[in-house]
Write a protein that binds this ligand. Structure first.
Ligand code: NDP
Length: 485
């Protein structure tokens, strides 16, 4: 598998163009610590150019006049091309800048992104208003129209997929887009821009600006020409973003952080729950917003369950992300690795018991790898139980009964996801209702479908991605009153 780099200039109005700043920045492979690309660093003037191109494409030209069925075909084609290039280079690129196992890029993230395009291609022809009977001398109806120019700002953990979660519904609804990917992982967004050219997406419909959060993201959030910001990232960035968006009263949807509880009741299928607990935290190296980072285990089965878990975790060894058998890759950056290791120290200091991992690990003398880490005896008020670590660190919290589990699970500012493992249907549904989270899994973890809404309760954000509800966040309603008198 060889690395084929995409073009590294900015993609504006269907053209590859150098940044106004004249600057570029390095993209590093976190598994090898090598610089793999130098990418254009956009500035505020480039945001102006991209917004102007997106506005023009929205209001004149082929996209503005395109029939919904033709829009659908174009979005479908984007999905087909993405699948076509998945094995060739997109998956390799995703793994190279993020450090995630190629298995995840090739068989999960990129196919899921293509499925997202297929799913929303179907929506393009099904977005419509309603006729609403009001007065006998009137014909009254609604039109569901695009919001306008959408700014997408995305993080580094699922570099392509979280962009596509925004691009696909935005295009289905007829909007145009300016997308700023995370500065650590900009390569697959650029590759997708190339794919959009090949698919024949009209110029200006999708623009990709690589650069930094404050310069590019900040300029987008404050830009009067952008109608909506679709953001995924940290909760504290989301707070700032809402403030910055207020002056232009921009619509915002925020997909933010999490500290999701994974609850194992004593009557659960323990083998399945151990697999679910492991996958829940170590998939994506724990750099997953919905990661089951708090494992709540019923006291009665605690010792048996932990023995099985530690046994399974011991078999999970970080390895070269490009190897097809690897299941735990490198953390995205040195800084992220240091943050994760600092939480390990905090956990030890606060009195939690380290039962697995807790150390850096190198592969061939290189890379930002951390061994899968498990703490036991964690109290819900410790930092490792309250704060999002965003790495392969699991905090195990014992509980007495289902009531205690739900109370502990909800004792967090976050509310992105949760899971419960039990064979008792009544308990499963009762706890699922009590959990304050946007997604609740029962006897499963980390399952997603493009048809199912995904988003947060509480400080995990608002708005929903995927599913029919996403369409509402990319459209606005107009009421039309025709007098028949
Ligand atoms: P950040 O919030 O640091 O960054 C996200 C994006 O916002 C990046 O593109 C970043 O640019 C940009 N940005 C940073 N500051 C600003 C600003 N002031 N104005 C506008 N844009 C800005 O998140 P991370 O990249 O660290 O991603 C990890 C976070 O994402 C975790 O908290 C995780 O939980 C969350 N997440 C949430 C998901 C969900 O669906 N709820 C899914 C996946 C992740 P730059 O790259 O230059 O910093």
């Amino acid at each position: 598998m060889s690395l084929r780099l995409p073009k590294t200039d900015l993609f504006i109005d269907g053209q590859w163009t150098p940044p106004s700043t004249g600057k570029s920045f390095d993209v590093v492979n976190p598994a090898t610590e090598e610089v793999i690309a130098k990418v254009a660093s956009a500035g505020a003037a480039d945001v102006d150019r991209a917004v102007a191109a997106a506005r023009k494409a929205l209001e004149e030209g082929p996209w503005a006049k395109m029939a919904a069925k033709d829009r659908a075909k174009l979005i479908w084609k984007l999905g087909e091309l993405l699948l076509k290039y998945n094995e060739g280079d997109v998956a390799v690129l995703e793994t190279a800048h993020n450090g995630k196992p190629i298995f995840e890029s090739q068989y999960v993230d990129i196919p899921h992104s293509a499925e997202c395009l297929f799913y929303f291609a179907g929506w393009a022809t099904k977005i419509h208003g309603e006729t609403i009977p009001t007065a006998p001398d009137a014909f009254t109806y609604t039109l569901r129209e695009p919001l306008g120019v959408v700014g997408a700002i995305t993080p580094w953990n699922f570099p392509l997929m979280l962009g596509i979660w925004k691009v696909a519904p935005a295009l289905a609804a007829g909007n145009t887009i300016v997308w700023k990917p995370a500065s650590l992982t900009p390569l697959t967004a650029l590759r997708f821009a190339e794919i959009s050219q090949e698919a024949g997406l009209p110029p200006g419909v999708l623009n990709v600006l690589t650069g930094f959060g404050l310069e590019v993201g900040g300029a987008m959030v404050r830009h009067p020409g952008i109608d909506k910001i679709a953001f995924t990232g940290e909760t504290k960035t989301g707070v700032q973003l809402m403030k910055d968006a207020a002056d232009s009263l921009k619509r915002v949807t925020l997909e933010l952080g999490g500290k999701s509880p994974n609850i194992v009741l004593a009557d659960a299928d323990l083998e399945a729950a151990v697999r679910g607990a492991t996958n829940g935290i170590f998939y994506g190296k724990g750099e997953v917003c919905a990661a089951g980072s708090r494992l709540l285990v019923e006291e009665k089965i605690h010792d048996e369950f932990m023995a099985k878990l530690v046994d399974r975790v011991a078999k999970l060894v970080p390895a070269d992300p490009m190897h097809p058998k690897t299941r735990l890759g490198a953390l995205v950056s040195k800084k992220q690795m240091e943050t994760v290791l600092s939480y390990v120290e905090a956990g030890k200091k606060e009195g939690a018991k380290l039962v697995a991992g807790g150390k850096r690990f190198d592969v061939g003398g290189k890379g930002y790898f951390v061994k899968p880490t498990v703490f036991d005896g964690v109290a819900n008020d410790m930092r490792i139980a309250r704060e999002e670590i965003f790495g392969p660190v699991l905090a195990t919290i014992p509980f007495k009964d289902a009531e205690d589990a739900a109370a502990k699970a909800n004792a967090t500012v976050y509310g992105l996801a949760a899971a419960v493992w039990t064979k008792d249907v009544k308990k499963a549904h009762t706890i699922a209702r009590r959990l304050k989270a946007g997604t609740v899994w029962v006897n499963a973890y980390n399952l997603y479908d493009n048809a199912l809404p995904f988003g947060g309760y509480k400080q995990s954000g608002f708005g929903r991605e995927c599913g029919a509800s996403a369409i509402e966040h990319y459209t606005q309603l107009k009421s039309v009153w025709v007098s028949l008198t």
